[in-house]
Design a protein around this ligand. Structure first.
Ligand code: NCD
Length: 307
């Protein structure tokens, strides 16, 4: 039995097959309508979410399966003090697969050790968010036609943004991917990403604070929200929250075939005036998220592709 806890749990070849399956689903959706008939996914969300939870639920419903779960720690037995390991033992009796989001780094890993069903990490604290990464990879591959030979700018809260950590982890495995890491000093990427992921793999990267200066170089701009819930004090959050705002003027500095991604939710970091720009891909990204999660559920449940 396999889990997905970290984007590196799948090899580059496995990711490529998964994205091929997601792409086939995108183009032949009705064919997949019954492949998971009778199967259930449990969505165990101890932290707020709109997209990720609904995306998993929509994915399972599209496959003919059903969904159960909870959407906040306060509405589950965690509020009574139940441990993650006890909860997962119980959920293993109710569902065939589960997606877990938790504020504590490593909680889905703990769950996987006590589970008899596949566990998908749907975001653990400031650590990893592998299904967002699969979504990001599918979006980039669909828009640019490749996952190699590109300059990727990651902008905003690179310290607490788990989507950023997961995406860097995944992209360093493709040849000639260069990173511009755009953030204020206080929100730079964690040391372990800089040393153990980027430097250890000899990846070309620069840490800068100007989005304007970076714009003309980019093939992909990955904007992120300042992660308010992970700050220790509100004053720092208020000082940093609007450090970058992508607007029409900044978009003029970018290449014509550059694309803007954002895991969402957006707060102020992308002005709504950018939404109509053909290079704004963040809502298309949401749609890709459903196809990729359908492919992931099928892969972990070992459901065969329909003929
Ligand atoms: C992200 C997350 O939860 O880390 N959202 C998501 O899953 N689409 C990004 C964020 O909350 O800023």
């Amino acid at each position: 039995m396999r889990h997905l806890l970290n984007p590196l749990d799948f090899s580059v070849e496995e990711i490529s097959s998964l994205l091929d399956l997601a792409s086939d689903i995108e183009h032949n959706l009705p064919r997949y309508a019954h492949v998971c008939d009778g199967k259930k996914i449990a969505t165990l969300f101890y932290e707020p979410s709109t997209r990720t939870r609904l995306s998993f639920e929509s994915a399972m419903l599209n496959l003919g399966g059903s969904v159960l779960g909870f959407s906040s720690a306060s509405s589950s037995s965690a509020a009574k003090g139940e441990s993650v390991s006890d909860t997962i033992r119980m959920v293993s009796c109710y569902a065939d697969i589960c997606a877990m989001r938790h504020p504590k780094e490593g909680a889905p890993l703990v769950a996987s050790l006590h589970s008899s069903i596949p566990v998908i990490n749907a975001g653990d604290g400031g650590h990893q968010h592998p299904t967002q990464t699969l979504t990001d990879l599918m979006t980039i591959r669909s828009l640019l036609g490749r996952l190699d030979n590109m300059t990727v700018g990651l902008c905003g809260d690179l310290k607490f943004g788990r989507t950023v950590h997961s995406l860097i982890n995944a992209l360093v495995r493709y040849p000639n991917v260069r990173f511009l890491l755009i953030s204020p000093t206080e929100l730079k990427i964690p040391e372990y990403i800089r040393e153990d992921v980027l430097r250890a793999n000899n990846i070309e990267f620069v840490e800068v604070d100007s989005l304007d200066a970076a714009m003309p170089e980019l093939d992909i701009l990955y904007m992120t929200r300042v992660q308010r819930e992970r700050f220790f004090n509100e004053e720092d959050y208020i000082r940093l929250k609007d450090c970058y705002i992508l607007d029409k003027a900044k978009m003029k500095l970018a290449k014509d075939h550059m694309f803007v991604l954002h895991p969402l939710p957006r707060v102020n970091e992308i002005s709504v005036e950018v939404d109509d720009d053909p290079r704004a891909a963040y809502f298309r990204q949401v749609q890709y998220g459903v196809y990729v999660r359908m492919a992931l559920i099928m892969t972990l449940l070992e459901v065969a592709k329909p003929c």
